[in-house]
Design a protein around this ligand. Structure first.
Ligand SMILES: Cc1cc2nc3c(=O)[nH]c(=O)nc-3n(C[C@H](O)[C@H](O)[C@H](O)COP(=O)(O)OP(=O)(O)OC[C@H]3O[C@@H](n4cnc5c(N)ncnc54)[C@H](O)[C@@H]3O)c2cc1C
Ligand code: HEM
Length: 403
């Protein structure tokens, strides 16, 4: 709870902070990186360049302030969970909140200028620390649940034991702990953070990859799409590095599994909807159910450019054999190659039509793919009567769906 006087000040200054949110967070990152260049390796340089991280941080602080003064429409718990899981996968420490707080509040002062009187500064300091304390507490619980002691690094070396070119753009990697220790299990939908030293003076970078194999197996599997820069944009740093340098026998640093999204929620009908590389959580869900609940009715809907671009589809015959109540519905923009030996799948040309998705009224839904795709599918499912709380989704970048 904010103190009464701070609540009044926050209410009065929220419009200005909201209007300048991204300018504030942009200035915040400039200040913080100038004072702490070592933090450049922690943040995603691609997201910094696109501005999506600045937007995500500004939106989170503003939404939290709205929540504190009772003006917020955002359900707050899921937002905090998403941030805390992402932070935990990056190994964020409580001490770093002091650094972020100092530079964020200084940036508010710089951008809003004279409007930031001592009482305004005090009120926003209170907002920041209430939020920080909630995140630190959640992150501490996540670290403990992952078996980490206080301050223990999240990184652990894993060795690549198999590498498979799934499609021209996607490679899957099978990995086991290099220290021969236990392989942590996970919930389908969870991801690992991968930290790589890019070499050539480019520093270190961290990205998340959804675990695509079976929870409880003696190894993990991830599938990585190589991002090629379009219209002069650079190629994706980490995906390109993994494609070019990770071969059998090499090691990479991985975090424990984190992520708040459960791709197998409920125990009735399940609808998994994915597009492109967004199929990785759905594949973990199918691998998991094939062993734990093979009779569960599952509809798999997947959209891709073409059969040849559809990663991991070679696993579908095995999964169909293990899951007698699995129904697969594919949408390929190019239907010249739809062959999938031994599986009765339905393939349609063009883009996914949410109205034609086979839907049980009581299904739990998991979505993963580009944001515009998820917005269209989610909108269609909501119109068809699926309650909002039964639609889980994963965004492969900062941010969440709106509305
Ligand atoms: C929870 C989660 C799960 C994920 N699971 C998977 C998965 O299973 N498989 C998978 O392949 N990916 C997954 N991702 C995405 C993954 O984490 C990376 O974002 C992805 O691999 C791209 O990283 P990169 O370093 O190759 O690209 P980046 O270097 O981060 O670049 C990303 C994009 O930004 C553009 N860009 C970068 N710099 C600039 C610039 N200066 N100007 C203009 N444009 C620029 C690039 O061209 C590129 O298109 C997941 C993400 C999350 C958050
Ligand atoms: C109250 C304080 C903070 C808030 C509100 C906040 C908010 C956020 C949000 C909204 C995201 C994006 C989550 C997503 O949707 O993926 C994020 C990611 C991140 N945060 Fe924080 N954060 C805070 C503190 C910190 C601290 C102390 C650090 C460490 C210096 C940190 C480092 C990061 C990093 C490295 C990412 C991932 C960036 C990326 O992938 O581009 N954050 N944070």
């Amino acid at each position: 709870m904010l103190t009464q006087s701070s609540a009044e000040v926050v209410t009065a200054t929220l419009p200005a902070v909201r209007a300048h949110g991204e300018a504030i967070t942009r200035r915040f990152y400039q200040r913080m990186f100038a004072a702490h260049p070592e933090l450049l390796d922690l943040f995603n340089r691609g997201n910094q360049a696109s501005g999506s991280q600045q937007a995500a941080l500004a939106a989170a602080v503003v939404a939290y302030a709205e929540h504190l003064i009772g003006a917020g429409a955002t359900p707050w718990g899921p937002v905090l969970d998403r941030i805390a899981h992402k932070h935990a996968s990056l190994g964020i420490t409580p001490a770093q909140y002091t650094v972020v707080g100092r530079h964020l509040l200084a940036a508010v002062g710089e951008v809003l200028g004279e409007a930031v009187t001592p009482s305004v500064a005090l009120a926003w300091d209170e907002v920041y620390w209430l939020l920080a304390v909630e995140l630190v507490a959640r992150e501490a619980r996540l670290y403990a649940a992952a078996g980490l002691t206080e301050g223990e690094p999240v990184w652990r070396p894993w060795r690549v034991t198999a590498r498979r070119q799934e499609t021209p753009d996607v490679v899957s990697f099978t990995v086991t702990p290099d220290d021969s220790g236990e392989v942590p299990t996970f919930v389908p939908g969870q991801y690992t953070s991968v930290a790589v030293d890019l070499g050539g003076g480019r520093g270190r970078q961290i990205r998340q990859y959804s675990l695509a194999g079976r929870p409880g197996a003696a190894h993990w599997r991830i599938a990585v799409k190589r991002l090629r820069g379009i219209d002069g944009a650079p190629d994706g740093q980490v995906s390109t590095f993994l494609h070019e340098h990770m071969t059998v026998g090499t090691t990479l640093q991985l975090s424990p599994p984190f992520g708040e999204v459960n791709a197998v929620a409920g125990d009735g009908p399940l609808l998994l909807v994915s597009a492109g590389i967004g199929l990785t959580p759905a594949m973990a869900a199918l691998e998991h159910l094939a062993v734990t609940a093979p009779q569960r009715p599952v509809v798999l809907v997947h959209a891709d450019r073409a059969g040849a671009a559809h990663a991991l589809r070679g696993d579908l015959p095995r999964l169909h054999a293990a899951l007698p109540n699995l129904r697969t519905r594919l949408w390929y923009e190019d239907t010249s190659d739809v062959a999938l030996p031994g599986v009765a799948v339905e393939v349609t040309g063009g883009r996914v039509d949410p109205e034609s998705i086979p839907l049980s009224p009581d299904a739990h839904v998991h979505l993963c793919g580009p944001l515009p795709f998820m917005n269209i599918v989610r909108g269609g499912l909501l119109r068809r009567g699926v309650p909002v709380e039964r639609i889980a989704y994963e965004v492969f970048g900062p941010g969440m769906l709106r509305g």
